[in-house]
Design a binder for this molecule. Structure first.
Ligand SMILES: Nc1ncnc2c1ncn2[C@@H]1O[C@H](COP(=O)(O)OP(=O)(O)OP(=O)(O)O)[C@@H](O)[C@H]1O
Length: 876
């Protein structure tokens, strides 16, 4: 073909001319049919045909029937005089109207048709490229319709810079090769489509490869970014997911490479957006991606902060695509991008949806497993629950592990079946709304309260949307409180064991997991029922104990009166004082060494008083731990302190209208002394944890073996209390100061114990009486009583001939011997001696430990260490 360099226009007409023309057309046609690429077609127009005829440039435009326009398809930028024209970039992208007269003339022509530009550019509807060509020096245009199957599909434009450039020979050539050019255009288009398809397939394949391997959100974020980048320069993307409430969305992943961490972004990540915001709902409802102009949306009134965030990121246009897995909406992909291949985007979104659904399913599975484990642990915890405190620990433990879910209230149905008591709650929820919460706490809660009715009437739990509840009933104090606390939902359920309602449970949450909480609630129900049963048993036990104590007190009162032995002056003096004070209500202070009969005298005074038909209640102030003394004296309300499971009546109340015997008053801790003094002064008390004052009419008899005046002087006893107790002091003489009573008392105890043991022991020998009189009796009457008791037990005769007295005081360790003994021997002898003097009493008041000034446990271990046996101190 290149052999035919000679221009056809130069050829002469004649047989030879037509033959040559046919040859040229045939050759060109043959070559054109092999064209598949744009570049080859371009070369044909800009080089090949030009080698036969002169023209400036030639292009092909393609008809787009859907838009009824034709657009540039093959250009000739090397020879085009338009390439530097400012309108050139726009022209090559423009679609020119097919309905205007210029192109209509072309369409109507059967072959090439030429126009002088100066004649057509003036027409207002003429396409703009004519005017621009003219401006660039083009004078004439030859337009040839390119047809396929009888329909014009494209146009060949040939431009010349002289009038009458298009000779009949050129026109004839163009007309001859027009079908082949048309064919080549089709081939190019088909080829381009194939190439494009291959590229698209590669993009989809790559995306599929990237996305199919992801196992978690982080990987998904990277893979999505990678896949979207293959489509076009990507500015950023966000995928939001639809929350369990199906009403809101939250950010799931985002392009953390192009979108920098800042406050706006953090806010967007934390926020939950209503789906029905006029934008998200539009995207989710659309089967195809939706293009969004951010400014227009803002003008339209879409104010969600995510759109403002994108704007701040510099995005002007966005594309929103619904991500779906089957029929389930998963979320929305937002891409900051101007233009995109929608088919490809849809393909990639499909892959993203599958990957996202897999990750979400996996996350849900892991979460479910975690929750099952949590539930199992909770079951274990609950199984060990015995008290309210245990239950509280178990419940708080499990709620701590549930994000955004808190125990608002656990109410238990009272025995009346009509009211509920607030049993347990999470105080931390109500710190900032203390007043409203306390108001609710103090309000009587009965089963007819609106929400309680709903809960108790429902077989299943109910979930309340706090906002909606407030809208429905703005004045409802519970809805107001929930709102103030700041959670979105309230989950409420009845606690039941079998078919019996035992209470209600209220949980506040932002994301309720119904199944999980249901599991927890059934466990709580059983635990509450067990604890209540336990508490009831404890309460009954307590009542029985109290009744038992009262009965014991009464028994003591009945059996002990008038059993006082003693005829000597010292005791006569005591009797005189007793008869003076007995009938009054005056406080009596009994002093005297241990075992001198203080309690005996106290009972005698009580029995001789007008209160004798009421009880005398005894409190041993030395035997009570300091922290319990108050509750023992004044009682407590239920729940006043840890362990106060039930209300308890104090000894003061118990002794109302009777007598309270405060034994060992000298041992009372100072802070309890203050409280005792207040009650003595005001004659009224408050139970611990109580709010009401209780009037009491109690006569006080106090006793001590200490010298209270010295105790006051040394700061161990309050002087004001001392003066209040020391109204009528009676001092009981030690036995060594009333030796005349020893024989009497000994006989009295002999009679008592021989009767008790069923022995017929009647008399004490003269030697025994002498021995008893000669002993110093550091343990006083109690010591004498024990000596006789022991002697009765050990005697086989009717006469007691031997008494087992401790070593006499004047038998003290021989000084000369001491110096010859080891330290251990001295210690052993001293302990034995002391034990003898205390009649073998080890611990407690008057016991050897007290005299030796060591704790009784220490004394025990010393006995063991030194090998001291009972026979060592009882034998002599
Ligand atoms: N005068 C008495 N007549 C008969 N029994 C007496 C007499 N004095 C004391 N007792 C008896 O001695 C024992 C000790 O008496 P009581 O408990 O009253 O003494 P106390 O001074 O209260 O002792 P403590 O200071 O150790 O509490 C009791 O069994 C009591 O019955």
């Amino acid at each position: 073909m290149y052999k035919l360099i000679k221009k056809i226009s130069d050829m002469e007409f004649g047989m030879d001319y037509y033959q040559r023309e046919r040859q040229v057309i045939l050759q060109l046609s043959e070559d054109i049919t092999r064209i598949h690429k744009k570049a080859d077609l371009m070369a044909l127009l800009s080089l090949r045909i030009k080698s036969y005829f002169y023209y400036v440039h030639a292009i092909v435009t393609l008809i787009d029937e859907t838009e009824n326009v034709y657009r540039p398809f093959i250009l000739d930028p090397t020879s085009s005089p338009l390439r530097d024209h400012p309108e050139y970039p726009t022209l090559i992208k423009t679609g020119f109207d097919l309905d205007e007269p210029f192109i209509q003339q072309v369409l109507a022509a059967d072959g090439p048709v030429s126009f002088l530009l100066e004649e057509v550019i003036s027409h207002p509807k003429s396409p703009s490229f004519l005017r621009v060509n003219y401006a660039c020096g083009i004078k004439e245009i030859l337009m040839t319709p390119l047809k396929s199957n009888g329909r014009t599909v494209a146009f060949l434009h040939v431009y010349a810079d002289n009038k009458d450039s298009f000779t009949p020979a050129f026109r004839s050539l163009i007309k001859g090769i027009a079908p082949q050019i048309s064919h080549a255009v089709s081939n190019v288009i088909r080829n381009e489509l194939i190439v494009q398809k291959e590229e698209n397939n590669k993009i989809l394949l790559d995306a599929s490869y990237d996305l199919s391997g992801v196992r978690n959100r982080e990987d998904l974020a990277m893979a999505v970014r990678q896949s979207l980048k293959r489509l076009k320069a990507l500015k950023g993307y966000v995928i939001c997911t639809i929350n369990d409430d199906r009403l809101t969305t939250s950010t799931y992943i985002y392009d953390n490479i192009t979108m920098p961490e800042n406050e706006d972004l953090s806010e967007m990540l934390d926020f939950q957006y209503l789906i029905n915001d006029g934008l998200q709902d539009r995207v989710l409802a659309s089967p195809i991606p939706i293009f969004i102009n951010i400014d227009s949306e803002i003008d339209r009134g879409i104010t969600a902060n995510y759109i403002c965030f994108w704007k701040s990121m510099g995005f002007r246009k966005m594309i929103g695509v619904a991500l779906r897995n089957g029929n389930t909406d998963l979320g929305i992909l937002w891409i900051g991008i101007d233009d995109i291949n929608l088919t490809l985007l849809k393909g990639i979104c499909l892959q993203i949806s599958i990957a996202m659904a897999n990750i979400m399913a996996n996350d849900a599975l892991v979460k479910k497993q975690e929750q099952q484990q949590l539930l199992l642990n909770f079951c274990d915890d609950i199984a060990g629950v015995r008290t309210k405190a245990d239950l509280r620990v178990a419940i708080f433990n499990v709620f701590d592990k549930l994000l955004n879910t808190k125990l608002a209230m656990l109410n238990l149905l009272e025995d009346d079946g009509l009211t509920l008591r607030h049993y347990m709650w999470d105080e931390s929820l109500f710190h900032h709304v203390k007043d409203s919460f306390e108001e609710r706490l103090n309000a009587r809660l009965d089963i007819h309260e609106n929400y309680t009715v709903r809960v108790l009437n429902s077989n299943d739990a109910i979930i309340l949307n706090v906002e909606e509840e407030l809208k429905r009933d703005p004045g409802n104090p519970y809805a107001q409180l929930w709102k103030e606390v700041g959670f979105k939902y309230t989950y409420a359920t009845a606690l039941r064991v079998g078919n019996t309602d035992i209470g209600t449970l209220w949980v506040l949450s932002d994301a309720i997991n119904r199944e999980f909480i249901k599991g927890i609630c059934s466990q709580i129900s059983v635990a509450c029922a067990n604890i209540r049963a336990n508490e009831r048993i404890l309460a009954y036990k307590r009542i029985l104990e109290t009744e038992n104590e009262l009965l014991k007190e009464q028994m003591k009162t009945i059996y002990n009166f008038e059993e006082i032995i003693g005829r000597g002056d010292a005791m006569q003096k005591v009797y005189g004082l007793m008869s003076m004070v007995a009938e009054s209500n005056s406080t009596v202070l009994l002093t005297g060494e241990t075992g001198t009969g203080k309690e005996l005298i106290a009972r005698a005074i009580h029995n001789a008083s007008s209160r004798k038909n009421k009880v005398m209640v005894k409190v041993n102030c030395a035997a009570l731990p300091a922290n319990l003394i108050e509750s023992e004296l004044f009682g407590h309300e239920k729940g006043a302190f840890t362990g106060a499971l039930e209300k308890r009546i104090g000894k003061f109340e118990m002794a109302n209208n009777g007598t309270l015997f405060l034994d060992e008053i000298g041992e009372m801790p100072l802070d309890a002394q203050v409280k005792l003094l207040r009650v003595l002064q005001e004659k009224e008390l408050e139970r611990i944890g109580g709010t009401t004052t209780i009037k009491v009419n109690v006569r006080i008899i106090a006793a001590t073996n200490r010298n209270l005046a010295t105790e006051v002087a040394e700061g161990r006893f309050r002087s004001d209390l001392f003066y209040r107790l020391n109204v009528f002091p009676i001092h009981l003489p030690p036995l060594r100061d009333r030796r005349s009573d020893i024989a009497l008392l000994a006989q009295f105890f002999l009679d008592r114990y021989s009767k008790n043991t069923g022995k017929n022991v009647k008399v004490l020998s003269a030697r025994v009486i002498k021995e008893l009189n000669g002993y110093s009796w550091p343990g006083n009457v109690r010591e004498l009583e024990h000596v006789i008791e022991r002697s009765v037990l050990m005697t086989t005769d009717s006469v007691i001939r031997d008494v087992y007295l401790p070593v006499k005081s004047d038998d003290a360790v021989n000084e000369t011997n001491v110096s010859n003994r080891t330290l251990e021997q001295v210690e052993r002898a001293h302990i034995i001696d002391t034990l003898k003097r205390c009649a073998g009493k080890l611990a407690g008041p008057g016991g050897a430990a007290e005299y030796l000034d060591v704790p009784s446990t220490t004394l025990h271990s010393k006995l063991k260490k030194l090998g001291i046996k009972k026979s060592d101190y009882f034998a002599e």
